[in-house]
Ligand binder design. Structure first.
Ligand code: ZN
Length: 273
């Protein structure tokens, strides 16, 4: 099977703005190095692992019938991604699905290599398949679900950051408890135009209207304080709440995204006049 890899002009597209808004670059990482990994892959929930690098997230979800990977990093990080799957105790051959949150290179560029290495099916939205220039595999539409063993993903298309941002809801388990996790698939405001900004705001509001989301699984770790929460998780005592279960924090974060986008909308309207 042929795979074309066309690096896009987005090397700094996603993360730069997100980092500016939400977090400082880890002191040990070179700013803008999208391959630097200063933390080992780690477990977040019984069925969820962080397998990304410092500036871009990727996650492994384990199910009763195989593995799911969320996001694929730049192609330069593909070996790291595969090594991280092994490092947390799993076999890349068992990856059945790869879901890509949007078509920018830091999330999508590694998809052909990951598919070739694992045989998994790769899913993203139609518009974002087109963006990548990759050969289409699964085309995911709003409201669709994919079930693998005991785990169902529910997809929501939330355009704005790109035209086909793919958000996803799925369960995470902590012992006897199951929690509703959600990835908002594209949060940066590095696009232009009144229409696109309104589209983004509509998407944020759609997610705000969804009830019961408890865990923010962000595709750049700083946006969800993933590493900071992981530190708290490592120090968690028996009976303590899980530091990633933070529904108030999730909805407050959406409020921040919307407020920032409203500022951008005013600027876009002013520029259009
Ligand atoms: Zn992006």
């Amino acid at each position: 099977m042929r795979h074309s890899i066309r690096p896009k002009n987005v090397r700094a597209a996603c993360a730069a703005l997100v980092l500016a808004l939400f977090a400082a670059t880890p002191a040990t990482a070179q700013r803008g190095d999208f391959t630097a990994q200063t933390r080992d892959a780690f477990r977040i929930f019984d069925n969820l692992y962080y397998i990304g690098v410092d500036l871009v997230s990727a996650y492994l979800v384990t199910t009763s019938e195989g593995l799911i990977v969320i996001d694929t990093l730049f192609a330069a990080s593909s070996d790291t991604l595969l090594d991280n799957i092994r490092a947390v105790g799993f076999d890349p051959d068992d990856v059945e699905y790869v879901f890509v949150s949007h078509g920018h290179g830091d999330h999508a560029e590694g998809a052909p290599l990951l598919k070739a290495a694992t045989g998994a099916r790769v899913g993203m939205t139609g518009p974002d398949w087109d963006m990548t220039g990759q050969e289409r595999d699964m085309v995911i539409a709003d409201g669709e679900t994919v079930t693998l063993g005991d785990t169902t993903f529910t997809f929501h298309v939330t355009p704005g950051h790109t035209l086909g941002v793919l958000s996803m809801a799925f369960p995470v388990r902590d012992g006897e408890s199951t929690h509703n996790a959600f990835m908002f698939g594209g949060m940066g405001l590095n696009f232009s135009g009144v229409d696109r900004t309104e589209m983004y705001i509509d998407s944020v509001r759609r997610v705000q209207a969804m009830e019961g989301i408890e865990v923010n699984v962000t595709n750049h770790e700083g946006a969800g304080q993933v590493f900071a929460r992981a530190d708290r998780l490592a120090d968690r005592a028996t009976g303590d709440p899980h530091p990633f279960v933070d529904p108030d924090g999730f909805y407050a974060w959406l409020d921040t995204l919307e407020a920032n986008a409203q500022v951008k909308l005013e600027e876009e309207r002013a520029a259009a006049n």
